[in-house]
Design a protein around this ligand. Structure first.
Ligand code: ZN
Length: 314
């Protein structure tokens, strides 16, 4: 497919038809947004914060792009050419005036620019820039230039989905039941180890599940940190957990693909008998309240991963 030709065709169509906001500018949405952002300015009772302009014309959780939407059309072209990934976007917004409660917005979008292919650290990609204008009636009230890099993921060992599916999941207790099955170190996502977490990973290497304990007041805490939230002491110690707990909550991860893992897999939030909660992979059919025990899986000499399985003796 000729990407530049397709881009020119879409750009030539100009602005899409105006898309109406689902609701007029309204106070409940303004309050929700201010809370989410953490903005306590008391002035937004009759006008909306300018930066939430895009909120008003969001299509909602199950929204569909319109057929003449140029961004959607260009994304489809690039998806079909193998440029399937997005890592970050950039928005430049211009506000012409405050929006008043009760005003009904609409938005139009055109494709401004498509440049590529560019070599980036992530892989080869195209920069796509669109321009949107928000309207109240025929008055332009705000504009946005939106840029996105669509790229072909570079072929990193262990990240290609078909290759990963032939590799044993790095942390499943199934691998551990044959004591220790080393998996390819390149296939697994490795934890970042620092001064605060080193004791934990040293523990798993020795078959110990260590829980950070405040050197001042004795409070147990997890995940580890440099300072006690209770008393402020900065010299933590640890205790070795018995390795038993119950599933407090869990998720079944289906998407996206994770290097070295087969989906779906279960990540459980386990409440240890000692009282703190800890995340880890769980091997089995999870249910809240289920008794579990820790399993250690040696990945290589440096890394042993803890995970969970149903407690054998209950
Ligand atoms: Zn403390």
């Amino acid at each position: 497919m000729d990407i530049e030709k397709e881009a020119a065709r879409i750009a030539e169509q100009g602005e899409c038809a105006p898309r109406l906001a689902r609701d007029p500018v309204n106070l409940p949405m303004i309050r929700t947004w201010l809370e989410a952002i953490g903005d306590e300015h008391p002035g937004y009772t009759e006008v909306a914060p300018p930066a939430m302009v895009q909120v008003w014309t969001m299509a909602g959780l199950h929204g569909q792009r319109t057929l003449d939407d140029p961004l959607g059309a260009m994304m489809t072209v690039l998806d079909e050419a193998g440029y399937t990934s997005v890592v970050a976007t950039n928005s430049d917004q211009t506000y012409h005036r405050y929006l008043k409660v009760g005003e009904q917005l609409s938005v139009t979008t055109s494709l401004e620019d498509v440049t590529g292919p560019k070599r980036t650290g992530l892989g080869e990609g195209w920069f796509v820039t669109t321009r949107s204008t928000w309207w109240v009636g025929d008055e332009a009230v705000a504009e946005m230039r939106f840029r996105v890099l669509k790229f072909k993921p570079a072929n990193v060992p262990g990240t290609a989905a078909p290759a990963a599916s032939t590799t044993a999941p790095a942390t499943t207790p199934a691998a551990a039941s044959s004591t220790s099955t080393p998996t390819s170190p390149t296939a697994a996502i490795r934890p970042s180890v620092n001064r605060d977490t080193e004791y934990f990973w040293e523990g798993t290497r020795q078959g110990e599940l260590r829980v950070q304990r405040c050197g001042g007041c004795g409070l147990l805490r997890h995940p580890p940190g440099p300072m006690c939230p209770e008393c402020g002491a900065t010299k933590p110690t640890y205790l070795v957990s018995d390795g038993y707990g119950v599933i407090y909550s869990y998720v079944v991860h289906h998407h996206p693909q994770v290097p070295g893992k087969q989906t779906p897999f279960v990540i459980a939030l386990v409440e240890l008998d000692e009282g703190v909660r800890m995340l880890g992979e769980f091997d089995g059919e999870p249910s809240v309240g289920q008794r579990v025990e820790v399993v250690f899986t040696k990945v290589d000499d440096d890394l042993t991963m803890p995970s969970w399985r149903p407690r054998a003796d209950r």
